[in-house]
Design a protein. Structure first.
Length: 330
């Protein structure tokens, strides 16, 4: 895969060849941006930085790969065209994850300036995944099975809100332990764990999506705008009635459309987004439980604690203590 990258203020193309991102210093950013091969046929890409300028990648895929993406913080946009298919644009933000197979794709990825970007991507060759399954191909979705068997060459994509367990594993890849643990072995184990989780997630999505709803381009655009409004107003979100009125779309269509595009109802998406943001804040360790609850829109700390415990099976205070201990041990 060959990638050409430039910033909006630097229109001079720069050649970058994954997985080492050897020319990343041509961009102005603060933090970590790297890719590491874990074994032949599988590698992990890490983004944990704040770009000073908008960064844009122009890429071409010459070899079919299954890409698993996990957006932990920030926004990223990927517009691509695979073979004879129409141009597809994927706008992802914090808490979103997905599986993408786009052979011979050409596209553009944009990361906007000034907003912190934290993302983990795991890339695996279909042949390697086939060998790792070792006779368990009956346990994966129909489309993924065709891909790893080599009988499907069309683009394939599942995306939606990450499960909390997936987010936690992705964070482990972002900040792996350094003391007493073989790093490469740890990273490969976590990468394989993410792949297994996403295979299970794709299976459940396939079962749920036996029926799909038709969405017009206008309705799809409105649903993405609703999502952005919810994210931007996390501490004081609009009600379903207010969203329905402002965007001229019925409450039923809001929920069914969100389920179709983002894998959850409006409430389910927003609640999961708040929980993901809370987990991010705990992992940073700068705020106490009450401050985190207020930041994500809870006025009652007890209600927040109950919701957090229900999603992550751990009390917020315990989680914060563990995150701070881990942060200072690295």
């Amino acid at each position: 895969m060959t990638i050409r990258c430039y910033t909006r203020t630097q229109l001079m193309p720069v050649q970058i060849k994954p997985p080492d991102f050897s020319d990343k210093d041509n961009f102005t950013y603060q933090g970590i941006w790297k890719s590491e091969e874990l074994r032949p046929g599988i590698w992990v890409s890490i983004m944990d930085f704040k770009p000073v300028e908008t960064i844009t990648f122009k890429y071409q895929k010459h070899k079919p790969l299954i890409d698993l993406g996990f957006i932990l913080e920030g926004d990223i946009s990927n517009s691509f065209q695979s073979r004879s298919a129409d141009i597809t644009t994927i706008d992802s933000n914090s808490g979103m994850g997905g599986v993408l197979f786009a052979p011979e794709a050409e596209g553009t990825v944009e990361i906007k300036a000034s907003k912190k970007m934290q993302a983990v991507h795991v890339h695996i060759e279909p042949e390697l995944l086939h060998s790792l399954m070792q006779g368990e191909l009956g346990n994966i979705s129909t489309d993924l099975k065709k891909i790893v068997e080599g009988s499907k060459q069309e683009s394939f994509m599942y995306r939606g809100v990450m499960e909390p367990a997936v987010s936690i594993v992705a964070h482990h890849l972002l900040s792996p332990p350094m003391h007493g643990v073989p790093k490469r072995m740890f990273l490969e184990g976590k990468a394989l764990e993410l792949i297994a989780m996403q295979i299970g997630w794709a299976n459940s999505r396939e079962k749920k999506n036996g029926k799909t709803i038709a969405l017009s381009p206008s309705e799809t655009e409105k649903l993405y705008a609703v999502k952005e409004m919810l994210i931007e107003n996390i501490s004081n979100p609009p009600t379903l009635s207010e969203l329905s009125s402002q965007f001229c779309i019925s409450i039923n269509k809001l929920n069914s459309g969100f389920q179709e595009i983002f894998g959850a109802t409006v409430f389910g998406f927003f609640n999961e987004f708040r929980m993901q943001q809370a987990m991010l804040l705990f992992q940073k360790g700068d705020l106490n439980v009450s401050e985190i609850a207020w930041t994500i829109g809870y006025t009652n700390v007890s209600h927040f604690s109950a919701a957090f415990k229900k999603r992550f099976n751990i009390l917020p205070k315990t989680c914060l203590t563990m995150c701070r201990q881990r942060k200072f041990s690295i």
